[in-house]
Design a binder for this molecule. Structure first.
Ligand code: ZN
Length: 142
């Protein structure tokens, strides 16, 4: 089953911690053992798994602006003014992340969060979660 939730972003650049919503989709799926595929179906957002700490979020924004500045003569800016957003999405992020699920829980590290990165906000964005069961092998967990 495919679960979808919406995120309303408020800034041009924004990092939103969506871990709780992804975990809730996993619980609703009733899959105890498998993988969660998380996708943001937009061309100017991306997902990452990392620490959600304000200083780090600022560092990531600053580094993206430094490496892919806005309005640097991109061809796409002739039809739309957001080439930098598309380029940042494709160079620095992926539209999807895949996370193992065990006993109904996302298997993330202590400091790992699932983060939606808005690169051309504010907008209404969607995040899709598909939870796929995997066979459990008897030797697992030994
Ligand atoms: Zn565009």
């Amino acid at each position: 089953m495919l679960f979808t939730f919406e995120v309303r972003t408020e800034g041009k650049f924004q990092v939103v911690d969506v871990t709780r919503s992804v975990q809730e989709a996993v619980w609703k799926s009733d899959v105890a053992h498998g993988i969660a595929v998380v996708l943001t179906p937009h061309t100017t957002t991306g997902l990452m798994i990392n620490e959600y700490e304000p200083g780090l979020v600022g560092d990531i924004e600053a580094k993206m602006e430094e490496l892919v500045p806005m309005g640097a003569g991109y061809a796409h800016d002739r039809i739309d003014s957001n080439a930098h957003s598309h380029i940042r999405a494709t160079l620095f992020l992926n539209p999807e992340v895949v996370i193992p699920v065990d006993q109904g829980e996302l298997q993330l590290g202590t400091w790992q969060r699932v983060l939606l990165v808005e690169l051309d906000g504010p907008r209404r964005r969607r995040v899709q979660v598909m939870v796929c069961p995997c066979p459990a092998y008897p030797e697992e967990g030994r």
